[in-house]
Design a protein around this ligand. Sequence first.
Ligand SMILES: NC(=O)c1ccc[n+]([C@@H]2O[C@H](COP(=O)([O-])OP(=O)(O)OC[C@H]3O[C@@H](n4cnc5c(N)ncnc54)[C@H](O)[C@@H]3O)[C@@H](O)[C@H]2O)c1
Length: 293
Amino acid sequence: MTRDIKTVGVIGAGQMGSGIAHVCSLAGLEVFLSDINEDRIHAGLATINGNMARQVAKEAITDSERQAALGRIQPALSSEDLADCDLVIEAATENEQVKRKIFKDVCTSLKPDAILATNTSSISITRLAASTDRPEHFIGIHFMNPVPVMQLVELIRGIATEDQTFEAAKAFIGKLGKTATVAEDFPAFIVNRILLPMINEAIYTLYEGVGSVEAIDTAMRLGANHPMGPLQLADFIGLDTCLSIMQVLHDGLADTKYRPCPLLVKYVEAGWLGRKAKRGFYDYRGEKPVPTR
Ligand SMILES: NC(=O)c1ccc[n+]([C@@H]2O[C@H](COP(=O)([O-])OP(=O)(O)OC[C@H]3O[C@@H](n4cnc5c(N)ncnc54)[C@H](O)[C@@H]3O)[C@@H](O)[C@H]2O)c1
């Protein structure tokens, strides 16, 4: 029988974690949201509130649904607060050491049959699972950004993931009204295996002076019918996350075609991480985004 998921823990209250908490609470699930400190959790809650208010303004949800959903999200100040969760989704920074440390810490508090999932964009599910006490109850549940808007979720089994875990994760995605697609456990799975080399190539195109930020984004929006230009999209994803995914592809597949563009490395070193840092390929500090090159 498929385990029913009613209570969800979300670790990391950044762009993705807040989005995951948002959709879970609107679907009627109880949510515990954690981060490295209370301020970050409250920043995540403020983002959720703002995004739900926008949905109310667009009449996608009612104000009482917004209030009820917000009432279902509680801050989790330590891993003990996640003890009642049926499913815990890790959505912290894309760094293997950070994620391993989180799993080591959280596993001691979880129910024995609780499912542990990661929202990693690229890191091996099998390797992350092996660092936990429950590889059979471990799975990749990869949401897309922004979570409330994007329909797709990739499900990735590790080598030890049990069918029951997979079925429970699939039913959970269904409950959120989203569509699951299955990817094998290879670096960056399906969407980012295809998307990130395109973004990296767009950054090489900028680096080599083939076009300006504006020219490249306009070219791909109007010439390939992409809803967003690749540099705008890179800023949206976060340039640190983009670099990290390219490094995982480069290391994991050992092919020079995945070499991260030096200009991407430079932006990350400058702390110009995209929208979340208010500066990346565009400067977001003014009223309208202005290209930085
Ligand atoms: N940004 C995207 O488009 C996107 C899409 C799909 C998946 N992802 C994946 O989701 C994850 C999070 O990405 P994001 O864009 O939300 O990043 P983000 O930088 O917006 O948020 C990461 C959050 O994790 C928190 N964090 C760091 N260490 C922690 C710890 N030890 N315990 C608890 N919280 C911790 C940070 O304080 C931060 O609030 C990454 O694995 C990323 O690859 C990102």
